[in-house]
Design a protein around this ligand. Sequence first.
Ligand code: NDP
Length: 315
Amino acid sequence: MITEKTKAQPLDGAVVAARIKDEVAGQVEAMAQTRDYRPCLAAVRVGDDPASAVYVRNKIKACEEVGIRSEHHALPESTTTEELLNLVNSLNVRDDVDGILTQLPLPRGIDETTIIEAIDPSKDVDGFHPINAGKLAMGRPVFVPCTPAGIIELLDFNAIEIRGLNACVVGRSQIVGRPMAQLLLQRDATVTICHSRTRDLAAGTREADLLVVAIGRAGMIGREHIKPGAIVVDVGMNKISEEQEVHALFGDAAEKRLEVVAKRGYTLVGDVHPAEASEVAGMLTPVPGGVGLLTVAMLMKNTLKAATLKHGLNP
Ligand code: NDP
């Protein structure tokens, strides 16, 4: 039952991510003990994008935490599509590699679609291959993109009944928006998808009991977009550093955020206006501390699943 409140209840991603990783760690250990096998994730990164380097580092660290083996293939910016294809093909045929991820975005010179389609669908732990996207669209998912899959786990963990809700997803990327809408549809929500060509965004979002936002614009979704009491999931991860912008978005909590800016040079903010949303929404994912942590946890879960399916191993 959704009720109107003055301060939204935070939906904590850290607790759920820790629980998922604990479960994976237990199953990986059981597989290692009984089958003498540990799953392996190969992470491929091309170029010098500092954000990509951080993401891959976090994924490798998570592998270490749950006992999954990992390989980090860091290639120079000058890598060609053909060279990257050769690496992907060599990982595809290796029996000791269960999951392959190529960190996106790839440098401009590389044909991203060709690379994604070259990954063996049974090792596609990001769930971006057309076969996995198609299976999800047909309601027969195997590997589901980690961010939307993590959001479903977050909702389930908090005992939020998805069935019958009016859900609105803002954003239609292959990575977040589209698979999110498919998963919510599969769970019997009534789903609306909004995007940059939507004529009246607020009219769409205000109908939503469950609003998932994945746009890539700091604080764009404000009070006027949110139905009072709605569950709001903020996928956005945007860096801001201007003092004025921090004040506008965080209100009373601005000082704390400005300390972060002073220390790191920026603070992270989602696509949802945090101060306004917390006054209107019933539940709200924080940024950071919400969806981002779940993405990495679900990657671990998908890698374990790939090993389990490929080797016919039960953990
Ligand atoms: P994309 O840029 O691929 O997609 C953005 C989507 O937002 C597009 O569908 C676009 O519409 C839509 N959009 C853009 N502007 C508007 C607007 N003014 N009104 C309505 N819709 C708009 O981004 P991603 O889906 O990859 O990522 C979205 C955000 O989520 C980013 O901040 C990203 O950093 C974050 N992210 C976070 C993750 C996590 O783990 N927390 C994981 C992945 C992403 P159109 O299709 O018409 O162009």
